[in-house]
Design a binder for this molecule. Structure first.
Ligand SMILES: Cc1cc2nc3c(=O)[nH]c(=O)nc-3n(C[C@H](O)[C@H](O)[C@H](O)COP(=O)(O)OP(=O)(O)OC[C@H]3O[C@@H](n4cnc5c(N)ncnc54)[C@H](O)[C@@H]3O)c2cc1C
Length: 269
């Protein structure tokens, strides 16, 4: 069990076991929040089992299962309410202890400016940027800025080494497509290998590998530029652009085949 304190009153951890409860109690926690859906764990770690173990130790157990698909403001408020209602420190667990994290991407100059502002001004700007959906935030550690840079390896083959995943392409994280691009590198390589094996009974030769690398480089470059331009369009406050993107999104939402095709691409299918 790895408990990571976030504040004096709130800590997070990966999945816990009933055998961990005495140590959780000894560490002073009075409430345990389960943020992990039962479908992700075997029967012996599901919330009903954890509730019995936690309540038997005299602690409060609150079940707020969170998944990417189901996360909503009601869950955020339930989490805050459980923390507020707790007599003492709260431990929330999920698979990793990282169920919720956010990326706030800003132009460099704006990020540098916000880094220098008073904590209250910074939190106010963050709360406004997320339209209050994060609740009222406050700083618990030093702020840090990480530059986001497009990095595309022009050649994914170096001698007998193949570059795949982020080693070959680092793209803007806004679309959440980094892993999918890496998986596509692997899938297309596997398909090319299988085809070659079927046709020649042998692995890929240099020319076939070079063709694979060129195709991947094109797709990865296109994706990287598309994500950056989506970011440019959506982070621009220009009124006309804002109206236009609203219209385009509305239109895209109504054209079901287009919407489905985009959803399939984003899901890596
Ligand atoms: C803020 C942020 C949010 C993101 N959000 C999403 C998202 O929502 N969805 C999505 O699909 N993608 C997202 N991504 C992108 C995603 O994280 C990456 O595309 C993905 O992790 C790349 O996987 P990888 O295995 O290629 O590389 P990595 O995950 O970088 O793995 C490389 C591993 O190699 C290790 N390593 C490095 N050098 C050595 C060495 N010399 N010897 C041994 N080990 C070494 C590293 O420690 C690391 O563990 C996000 C990225 C960022 C920065």
């Amino acid at each position: 069990m790895q408990i990571r304190p976030i504040t004096d009153k709130y800590a997070v951890s990966p999945q816990i076991d009933p055998a961990d409860v005495p140590a959780i109690k000894a560490a002073g926690y009075t409430t345990v929040i389960c943020n992990r859906p039962d479908a992700e764990v075997p029967m012996e770690l599901q919330s009903a089992v954890m509730r019995i173990a936690v309540e038997a130790a005299g602690l409060t157990f609150v079940d707020i299962p969170v998944s990417h698909q189901s996360l909503n403001l009601g869950m955020v408020e339930a989490q805050f309410a459980a923390i507020d209602a707790s007599a003492g420190p709260v431990l929330a667990y999920c698979a990793s202890g990282n169920r919720c994290s956010i990326v706030w991407s800003l132009p460099q100059a704006e990020a540098d400016r916000l880094l220098q502002t008073e904590p209250e001004t910074f939190c106010h700007a963050l709360d406004s940027a997320f339209a209050g959906t994060l609740g009222k935030t406050r700083l618990v550690s030093e702020r840090a800025v990480f530059p986001l840079r497009r990095r595309l390896a022009k050649n994914m083959i170096q001698g007998r080494t193949l570059l795949l995943g982020d080693a070959a392409h680092a793209v803007h994280p806004l679309a959440g497509q980094g892993v999918n691009l890496g998986l596509r590198d692997v899938r297309t390589l596997r398909d090319a290998l299988m085809l070659s094996k079927q046709k020649t009974g042998d692995a890929l030769d240099g020319a076939q590998l070079a063709r694979w690398a060129r195709t991947r480089y094109s797709e990865n470059t296109l994706a990287a530029l598309a994500f950056e331009n989506i970011n440019r369009v959506f982070s621009n406050d220009n009124m006309a652009l804002s109206l236009l993107r609203g219209r385009l999104l509305g239109l895209g939402d109504r054209i079901t085949p287009m919407k489905n095709a985009m959803a399939r691409y984003a899901a890596g299918l």
